[in-house]
Design a protein around this ligand. Structure first.
Ligand SMILES: NC(=O)c1ccc[n+]([C@@H]2O[C@H](COP(=O)([O-])OP(=O)(O)OC[C@H]3O[C@@H](n4cnc5c(N)ncnc54)[C@H](OP(=O)(O)O)[C@@H]3O)[C@@H](O)[C@H]2O)c1
Length: 263
């Protein structure tokens, strides 16, 4: 299924995107890497090439429409087609709404939501022609709003609406739309998040929380694309959150409230 498929993976110099690039590349896919940090991206492109993986990279900020169009044009100039887009790049900010600066909130929406919208729009005609896939990387934080993560929850919840709208609009076009609700995943040691002032700070280790290995997450995302599955929630906690939120949202609210009050 992956052999010779041209796959754009946004945010693929670290973490889940990086693992997806390795796994899909090992299966014969042609990989298009993207991230903002050019040096780190180029180093990873070279690493993939040294393992015999066909990879190119385009450094750009997906929260800017012109960068998304340029990423698409670069892909066409090098590989001549696009089969699959994985909207993976994402950032989080932490802080209660009273503390978070408005432009920090805006940045999270711009990257996580608008970045996925701009990329989807840029590649859609080509993906339609190739009856390919558009995959969104959501989060269990997008099932019910989380305290101190309101921008992140808003951005991920909005991805559900966008993917649902898209799936209806693309009915009978042969395009697959997928949305994965990820739970806590093993983080890249270089992972960062935005503090309330917009400063990128290292993500502290989440030692007390059970985390899914990044390889397992990449495997499941790939399976969704292979099986052309629409939605999937990856962890038990996520499945429970999803289920309870449907049958008893008050209970979910109470659980989150008690956790919030403890911290
Ligand atoms: N890790 C988890 O526990 C978890 C749980 C649920 C959902 N998710 C979702 O899974 C996805 C990947 O998460 P991750 O933990 O692997 O992230 P990560 O380790 O922080 O890596 C993020 C990647 O995105 C790139 N990036 C960030 N902003 C960008 C922008 N504006 N334009 C282009 N690239 C950008 C980063 O490189 P540069 O900084 O160089 O741009 C990096 O390559 C995200 O959508 C995240 O919300 C993760």
């Amino acid at each position: 299924m992956w052999k010779d498929k041209v796959v754009i993976i946004t945010g693929s110099s670290l973490g889940i995107g990086k693992k997806l690039a390795i796994e899909i590349g090992n299966k014969g896919g042609k990989i298009v890497l993207n991230a903002r940090n050019k040096e780190r991206l180029k180093a990873f492109e070279n690493e993939l090439k040294s393992c015999g993986i066909r990879a190119i990279s385009y450094s750009g900020d997906i929260s800017k429409n012109e960068d998304c169009v340029a990423l698409f044009n670069y892909t066409i100039s090098k590989f001549n087609r696009v089969d699959i887009l994985i909207n993976n790049a994402g950032i989080a900010s932490v802080g209660n709404i009273e503390e978070v600066k408005p432009d920090v909130f805006q940045k999270v929406i711009d990257v996580n939501l608008m970045g996925s919208v701009f990329m989807t729009k840029a590649v859609l005609p080509e993906i339609k022609q190739n009856r390919g896939s558009i995959m969104f990387i959501g989060s269990i934080a997008g099932i019910h709003g989380l305290p101190a993560y309101s921008s992140y929850s808003c951005s991920k919840m909005a991805l559900t609406a966008f993917a649902e709208s898209l799936k209806i609009e693309l009915n009978n076009t042969g395009v697959h739309v997928g949305l994965a609700y990820l739970g806590f995943t093993e983080n890249d040691p270089k992972k960062t998040f935005l503090d309330q002032n917009g400063k990128l700070v290292p993500q502290p280790a989440r030692n007390k929380i059970k985390q899914v290995p990044v390889g397992r997450v990449a495997f499941r995302i790939m399976k969704m694309i292979e099986k052309r599955k629409f939605k999937s929630t990856f962890t038990l906690l996520g499945k429970l959150n999803n289920f309870l939120n449907r049958i008893n949202p008050y209970l979910v609210h109470q659980i989150l409230l008690s956790q919030y009050q403890k911290n």
